[in-house]
Design a protein around this ligand. Structure first.
Ligand SMILES: C[S@@+](CC[C@H](N)C(=O)[O-])C[C@H]1O[C@@H](n2cnc3c(N)ncnc32)[C@H](O)[C@@H]1O
Length: 256
């Protein structure tokens, strides 16, 4: 992360997501999500035919579907790690559900100042500033009222690639320590590459994010992450194997 500047990669994701179809829900405020994303997207371009856009479309659908299914089953706490300008806490706001958004201080502050300027109500969202390189996540979450005895949905969308393997291991360990029985972890990693065209697209992405000061630190795939997930106390959620080919992981608390 480039100190003193909000995340450009988060702004680019928000710009893309604004143009995707979203999973509908019988609750929430999609308009506020779109207002925030439109504000952030100003000046950002999004080519919907690019491999990156196709990946982001699938990732958005995966996280949307996970959030909607988990909220429908009664989960009352959702944590978004490296939340960027994600507006799901607004889009899928549901009475009785508390959201916790964590991000680097520069991005977290910029998001909150935009929300305030736009007059968007965030009563059910707690914001915590944390630098995942400094291992302050647990303290930051507990300070904002997160209850580790309650089953939670833990979202790590698009953030793992920006962490070293050691930082990712610390993050997964810390989240496991906060995950009551019945919790679910949704973690997005890199898709496996099968062709030269896919490798070329990945090379272009790596160059682009490096140019904005947010270099990719690892390209771990879901399959390669299995030993790390097991070592940090996570087990594959039943039925979630097919999503792993795209780099999307659903895991439940396992033995530690
Ligand atoms: C590609 S963006 C994804 C944002 C969001 N999850 C989404 O899908 O829209 C990556 C996010 O990870 C955050 N991030 C990267 N490194 C971080 C760190 N060391 N500590 C905290 N947040 C970090 C960035 O600030 C950014 O918001």
């Amino acid at each position: 992360m480039r100190d003193g500047r909000p995340s450009r990669t988060a702004a680019r994701v928000a710009a893309h997501r604004l143009r995707f179809d979203r999973v509908p829900a019988p609750f929430g405020d999609p308009g506020s999500d779109e207002l925030l994303a439109s504000d952030v997207a100003e000046g950002e371009s999004s080519d919907l035919d690019s491999p990156m856009a196709r990946y982001l479309r699938g990732r958005t659908a995966f996280i949307d579907a996970t959030v909607c299914a988990t909220l429908a089953s009664g989960t009352r706490q959702v944590v978004a790690v490296g939340s960027g300008y994600d507006g799901r806490a607004l889009r899928y706001a549901k009475p009785g559900v508390r959201w916790f958004e964590l991000d680097h201080p520069d991005t977290s502050r910029d998001k909150r100042s935009r929300l305030q300027r736009l007059g968007i109500q965030t009563r059910d969202v707690a914001y915590a500033e944390t630098d995942l390189a400094k291992r302050t996540l647990t303290a930051a979450l507990l300070r904002t009222g997160f209850d580790p005895t309650v089953p939670s949905l833990l979202l790590c969308e698009g953030v793992a690639a920006y962490l070293s393997i050691e930082q990712l291991e610390a993050l997964l360990t810390d989240l496991r320590g906060l995950a009551a029985a019945g919790s679910l972890l949704a973690l997005t990693l890199s898709a496996a590459l099968h062709t030269a065209a896919q490798q070329a697209a990945r090379d272009r992405l790596q160059a682009a994010v490096k140019a904005v000061g947010e270099p990719i630190a690892n390209s771990l795939t879901a399959q390669a992450a299995e030993p790390l997930l097991a070592a940090t106390g996570w087990a594959t959620a039943p039925g979630s194997e097919p999503a792993r080919h795209s780099g999307f992981v659903l895991a439940i608390p396992g033995p530690r």
